[in-house]
Write a protein that binds this ligand. Structure first.
Ligand SMILES: NC(=O)c1ccc[n+]([C@@H]2O[C@H](COP(=O)([O-])OP(=O)(O)OC[C@H]3O[C@@H](n4cnc5c(N)ncnc54)[C@H](O)[C@@H]3O)[C@@H](O)[C@H]2O)c1
Length: 365
């Protein structure tokens, strides 16, 4: 077995259909897209994790507002990262956060924390992008799209010039901006990840855990599709300790009505609006969602998370970024998982993809 140098997938070289020669060596690929990406700039992929300056535990954060700074704080506490660099167009804000975080170092595992500029993305394993305009009260995520697309067209080339390992997009509308980042960066699809519905799935699990009076860590449940108004709860796959949600309720609580299920999902879907109405931003749960994504990448965990990724023939859906369960490891998205969906869930996922594709059509990228 050998590794595809672009996406990191393990492949059998005897069966590989896609291969190329470079520097007297043969390289094997899982798909023609990876082969073409490699051939455009082989050095980029061969040096990616071997360069002297590559630090597998370095994380750069672009945008140090509510979300970026909360993520930096949470990441520092976990000890997952050896080095955190904070970058913001408001340079003083990044510096202030770096100073404050540095004063926390006697209480947490060792970590280098500094403010920097885009050149500090060099050698980083992950660059998390939370830069951009945030949602105003009452504003839908899709309404933010033009403002943040323009910001991304400006900052993504500045970041990828320094060849970091992968980009995690958080700024909203996250699925659209993940697609924009993919197109603008020229990176392979496994290296561009949107935080997607990791947060929504956490909200869903938290509310289901509360309803069932069960630790939410023992609730398996996914929100898929757009991180936004067209997102889809996969009720058919909700499991509480291995028991389906409906059975669990009938056996240990009481039958759950469709109205109650709608209420739970609406609370998930409305969460950002309700929190922003009260405190102006969401930061804690997204901060920890980003720690969970970073953990899976930095520790090569192969965790299943609903991140936003480019779909290719997923239930006939393609050329759009949205969230489905994926296997996430140090190479980014290793596999998308085809979760079982009932007829109405599948119809809703297709509708969600359509909403996003219509927005993409109107963008100048
Ligand atoms: N995907 C999710 O689940 C999720 C959750 C919460 C927030 N968000 C999104 O994350 C983004 C950030 O939210 P926030 O509350 O932290 O906003 P914020 O306004 O507090 O912070 C944004 C930061 O980005 C910086 N910035 C703006 N343009 C920049 C540029 N061109 N280069 C560098 N830095 C730049 C600003 O100076 C500011 O510090 C928003 O788009 C928000 O909608 C996403």
């Amino acid at each position: 077995m050998v590794k595809d140098p672009v996406c990191g997938m393990e492949i059998d070289e005897n069966k590989a259909k896609h291969k190329t020669q470079h520097g007297g060596e043969t390289y094997y690929f899982c798909a023609s897209a990876c082969k073409e990406t490699f051939e455009k700039n082989p050095e980029k992929y061969l040096n990616r994790s071997n360069g002297d300056d590559f630090d597998a535990r370095k994380v750069a954060i672009v945008g140090t507002g509510q979300v970026g700074s909360t993520f930096a704080f949470a990441l520092m506490i976990t000890g997952l990262s050896s080095s955190i660099v904070l970058i913001d167009q408001a340079a003083e804000r990044a510096e202030g956060h770096a100073m404050d975080l540095n004063h926390s170092l006697p209480f947490v595992p060792p970590c280098r924390i500094s403010a920097g500029d885009y050149s500090d993305c060099r050698g980083a394993s992950i660059v998390v992008i939370t830069a951009g305009a945030s949602q105003k009260p009452g504003e839908t995520r899709l309404e933010l799209v033009r403002r943040n697309t323009d910001i991304f067209k400006q900052i993504i080339p500045e970041i990828v010039k320094h060849n970091p390992g992968m980009l995690v997009i958080v700024s909203n509308p996250v699925d659209i901006l993940t697609y924009v980042a993919l197109k603008v960066s020229g990176y392979s699809m496994n290296r561009i990840i949107g935080s997607g519905t990791v947060l929504d799935s956490a909200r869903f699990r938290s509310l289901l855990g509360k309803h069932c009076r069960v630790d939410p860590r023992n609730v398996h449940a996914y929100i898929i599709g757009e991180h936004g108004d067209s997102e889809v709860p996969v009720w058919s796959q909700v499991k509480i300790g291995g028991i389906s949600f409906l059975d669990y309720c009938s056996m240990y609580l009481r039958d759950v009505s469709e109205k109650e299920r709608d209420e739970i999902f609406n609370e998930v879907k409305r969460a950002a609006y309700e929190i922003i109405k009260r405190k102006g931003a969401t930061n804690f749960a997204i901060g920890l969602s980003l720690v969970r994504i970073a953990e899976s990448i930095l520790r090569d965990e192969n965790s299943v998370l609903t991140v936003s990724t480019l779909l290719d023939d997923y239930y006939d859906i393609g050329d759009v970024c949205l969230s489905v369960p994926v296997i996430l490891n140090r190479n980014g998205v290793a596999k998308t998982l085809k979760i079982g969906l009932d007829q109405s869930e599948l119809a809703s996922l297709r509708a969600s993809a359509k909403v996003l594709k219509n927005v993409i059509k109107g963008l100048d990228i």
